[in-house]
Design a binder for this molecule. Structure first.
Ligand SMILES: C[S@@+](CC[C@H](N)C(=O)[O-])C[C@H]1O[C@@H](n2cnc3c(N)ncnc32)[C@H](O)[C@@H]1O
Length: 265
């Protein structure tokens, strides 16, 4: 049972879930046949998808190292996904062992795997909540137990905002989170795009899943950073955001943008 009282048997295995499709494509074991079929269909529609997801994960690693290296000691990771190696708190602790992480996901399977996410210092929490209600996240007692909103926070929205439709008003959602943050905080955001290839078939795979895939253009994604200042190199294709090793083959096809921005005031 997860911290929020969700039982593993309450997990829906009849429809593919984003967290489990992602886990499957990254080579994980926490997925079901429906997710494997959806993952295979995604890989058929977008042959570079596995490289893209790994590049997204590598972007996450570099971005977390960057924000912790900039002095931030609190991370709010919304859309955590299933445990993978290394998890956000493990990446952060390599730079500074006193970083605290609040993990948030709306899929009960993530809280069912809380043990791996809560390993280590005990300074982490995992919360079952939905990004579409950002106020509930900011006010959640288990978020507040770990995150002090009077001190800089890095909010991670990595590969999650594309699961919000325009009707969900994602700009308003990100702005609500931004307004809860003090100056010196960071937004780390990555987002799927069709700017580099036609991804209509990939989108169709998600029509049967629990969340739709909403691709956005560079301009559409840059809008999420309003009220923040993007750090160099700005919004970039994931492998080209401050790379610390040569970008993998076919990087220019990868349909993920990533960016890190600081709240100045
Ligand atoms: C593709 S995974 C990304 C995992 C991790 N952030 C990364 O980039 O490696 C997206 C995660 O967002 C979660 N998610 C999707 N929509 C959400 C929502 N509205 N509220 C909270 N979590 C959501 C999914 O359950 C899934 O675990």
């Amino acid at each position: 049972m997860g911290q929020d009282g969700f039982r593993a048997e309450e997990i829906d295995t009849s429809r593919p879930h984003p967290a489990r499709i992602y886990d499957y494509l990254l080579g994980g074991k926490d997925n079901y046949e429906v997710d494997q079929r959806a993952g295979d269909a995604l890989a058929a529609a977008a042959p570079e998808v596995r490289i893209g997801l790994r590049a997204n994960r590598e972007f996450l690693r570099r971005a977390v190292r960057y924000v912790v290296g900039s002095g931030v000691r609190q991370i709010l990771d919304i859309g955590t996904g299933l445990p993978t190696s290394p998890n956000v708190h493990e990446i952060a602790h390599e730079v500074a062992p006193d970083v605290r992480v609040a993990y948030v996901d709306n899929d009960p399977i993530v809280s069912a795997h809380a043990d791996a996410l809560l390993s280590g210092s005990g300074a982490n929490s995992i919360v079952l909540a939905d990004l579409r209600d950002p106020r509930a996240i900011v006010d959640h007692p288990d978020v507040r137990r770990v995150i002090d909103f009077d001190e800089p926070v890095a909010v991670l929205l990595v590969a999650i905002v594309h699961f919000l439709t325009d009707a969900d008003e994602p700009e308003r959602i990100v702005a609500t989170l931004r307004d809860a943050l003090p100056a010196g905080s960071f937004l780390v955001l990555s987002h799927a795009t069709g700017d580099f290839a036609d991804r209509t078939d990939a989108q169709a795979v998600y029509s049967k899943a629990t969340a739709s895939l909403n691709l956005r253009s560079r301009a559409g994604i840059e809008r999420f950073f309003e009220g923040f200042e993007l750090v160099d190199p700005g919004l970039a294709q994931a492998p080209f955001w401050r790379p610390d090793s040569p970008p993998p083959a076919r990087s220019e096809e990868i349909g993920f943008y990533g960016g890190v921005a600081r709240k100045a005031h």
